[in-house]
Ligand binder design. Structure first.
Ligand code: NAD
Length: 467
């Protein structure tokens, strides 16, 4: 099937296409249109034209439009989930495509109901000062391949809710589900409010440089985040950058290893590890080290992996060859440097990018799989004895997205959490994001936050009115 761009409420065909394959079967799924520079310009022009009226619409109108988009997502969620499974690889079942679509629906309705009322910061005999929140203009959204639809929704809905218009560019690895979702969503919006252009990385660079775009919201790797910041500098664009992480989990000696195994597993292996805020390094106290290794491995080995269209599977393949090779290389490096394989490694070559659920014990901080973001189904476990030392080890990376502490002593866990250098810390769970809680990274994990009122504010600028 051939997909189209969607510009100014209309399907727009391209001269060039790239083939998109199912990562579970290697079968051809569809052809992705490759937008030209002129097509990007026309999408930006359509969004700029639509902005003139959309930015003047009432709060009520925008709220209703967002709820209408939520309804469209709900009505089409099974179709979109199936396409997402075939394109991204994640199973329909488990924490997979249906879960992702459910998140899209929930986030959309929640964000629709957020408000940014005028704030009165002074009202006395010296005068009244009000802070008004105004939209920015055309927002350029650039998305990755791991949670393509949910991340697109995280960008689009707050932008539109606050009066901006949008041009979105999906990842060239997973463009088809976004092209279809935007086609559906834009049918309930005025022409030009939501536009999609697909293409190679170069198209994202053109967006970052574009004089007609006022803000870039980007989710993806740290390296690309830096490039976008540089390309956006000459036009002083507003930026929200949600970048990579290398989340540490710290397990204290008082835990019941069997009771936490399931939480640790899903913290690390959600979406086969291809999740920004997944547990990527697990530090376990020596007193419970063997128990945690045993119970986590016992839990993990029963989790079925395979083609996501089969309802029995809860884990899917890695999305692409580039990421598969990276995971393979990092596991091989760790094993060569003394890591003990508790589960997995040694993939069998066959159809699809299936890499077995892999758990490695006796890892050290200098191994590449610990120091770098593996972004796949392989978890390194490290032993510790001293809490101050392990906090320093957890913090000794240049990123800081999430982290977790596992303990029965909640006040002690909270004290340790406060010493971790990351944007979110979970206790006895990992990666549980919510639409009402701001989410973002510190250090190299990004700039700004998404979700909740704090996230919505990032799509606005302040105007102070002195009366
Ligand atoms: P990526 O940076 O390779 O690509 C992301 C998007 O950027 C794609 O659409 C790509 O085409 C585009 N792009 C590439 N080069 C560009 C350039 N020079 N200018 C503008 N756009 C450009 O990331 P990915 O491999 O798709 O995603 C995986 C990464 O994303 C991981 O590091 C992961 O941790 C991170 N991530 C972060 C979050 C978060 O919320 N912090 C969420 C999901 C993923």
């Amino acid at each position: 099937m051939t997909y189209n761009l969607h510009i100014n409420g209309e399907a727009v065909a391209c001269d060039e296409h790239i083939d998109i394959f199912n990562p579970a079967t290697d079968e051809l799924l569809g052809a992705c249109p490759m937008a030209s520079r002129a097509q990007l310009d026309s999408a930006v022009a359509a969004a700029a034209q639509a902005y003139k009226t959309w930015s003047k619409t009432s709060d009520e109108e925008r709220k209703n439009a967002c709820h209408a988009m939520g309804q469209v997502l709900e009505d089409n969620s099974e179709e979109l989930a199936k396409l997402l499974t075939q394109e991204q690889g994640k199973p329909l079942n488990g924490v997979g495509s249906r879960f992702e679509l459910g998140g899209c629906v929930g986030w959309t309705h929640f964000t629709a109901d957020l408000e940014l009322p005028v704030e009165v910061i002074q009202d006395n005999e010296e005068g009244r000062v009000e802070l008004h929140r105004k939209p920015l203009g055309v927002v350029g959204s650039i998305t990755p391949w791991n949670w393509p639809l949910m991340i697109a929704i995280w960008h689009i809905i707050p932008a539109i809710r606050s009066g901006n218009t949008v041009v979105i560019k999906p990842s060239p690895y997973t463009p088809l589900s976004s092209l279809r979702m935007i086609e559906l969503l834009s049918s309930v919006l005025p022409k030009g409010v939501l536009n999609i252009v697909s293409g190679a990385d170069e198209l994202g660079k053109m967006m970052s440089e574009h004089t007609g775009i006022q803000k870039i919201v980007f989710t993806g790797s740290c390296a690309t985040g830096g490039k976008i910041m540089a390309s956006a500098a000459p036009t002083l664009k507003r930026l929200t950058l949600e970048l990579g992480g290398n989340d540490a989990g710290i397990v204290l000696p008082d835990v019941d290893a069997k009771a936490i195994a399931e939480g640790l597993f899903w913290g690390a292996f959600i979406n086969s590890g291809q999740t920004c805020a997944a547990l990527k390094r697990l530090y376990v106290h020596a007193d419970v080290y063997d128990d945690v290794c045993t119970h986590l491995t016992a839990f993990a080995k029963n989790m079925p992996m395979g083609n996501g269209l089969d309802e029995a599977n809860v884990l899917g393949p890695i999305q692409n060859a580039m990421q598969y090779s990276k995971v393979e290389e990092l596991v091989e490096d760790a094993v060569a440097n003394g890591a003990r394989v508790l589960l997995g490694a040694n993939p069998t070559k066959g159809k699809g990018y299936f890499y077995p659920t892999t758990i490695l014990a006796d890892c050290t901080d200098d191994m590449r799989i610990v120091a770098e973001e593996q972004f796949g189904p392989a978890l390194p476990i490290l032993k510790y004895t001293d809490i101050d030392d392990v906090i320093a080890r957890a913090n000794n990376v240049d990123v800081g997205l999430g982290g977790s502490v596992w303990s029965n002593d909640i006040s002690k866990a909270k004290e340790i959490a406060s010493r971790m250098e990351c944007g979110s810390v979970w206790i006895n769970k990992h990666g549980m994001i919510q639409p009402n809680v701001p989410f973002g990274g510190v250090k190299g994990s990004g700039i700004g936050v998404e979700f909740g009122v704090e996230g919505l504010k990032e799509y606005t600028t302040i105007q102070a009115i002195f009366a």
